[in-house]
Each structure stands twice: as structure tokens, then as C-alpha cells.
Design a protein around this ligand. Sequence first.
Ligand SMILES: [Zn+2]
Length: 62
Amino acid sequence: MIKPQPYQLSCSECGWSKTFAPISDVLLPGQGFVSNCPKCGNSELEHKTAGPVKGLLVEIRA
Ligand SMILES: [Zn+2]
């Protein structure tokens, strides 16, 4: 079973960022991929995989 990787989206325009932590391979409504910044509408969001520390926190909370 493949474990979903937490990832972070951040906006270079306004500084918005959010970490997504999928707890299963099924995307729930409202938790799917965000393609535009909710604050400024920038469509070129930076997408990076969260580091091991964040991944650990997510595992504890899940
Ligand atoms: Zn933005």
C-alpha cells in the first residue's frame, strides 16, 4: 500500500502557504488539489513535499 505524502503549497506572490496531509489515497471533497492561491488567485503555486518532521506530526495526528 502506498502511503500518501504530505505536501505543501505556497504562493510566492502573497506568502500564503498550506500543508496538505492526505490520510488516504482517496481525495475527500474540499481537500483536493488547489490550483490557485485562495488569497490572491496566483495560479503558479509552489508545490513541495513536506519534510520528515511535518510528516511525523501528521502521522501522530492521524
Ligand atoms: Zn497568493
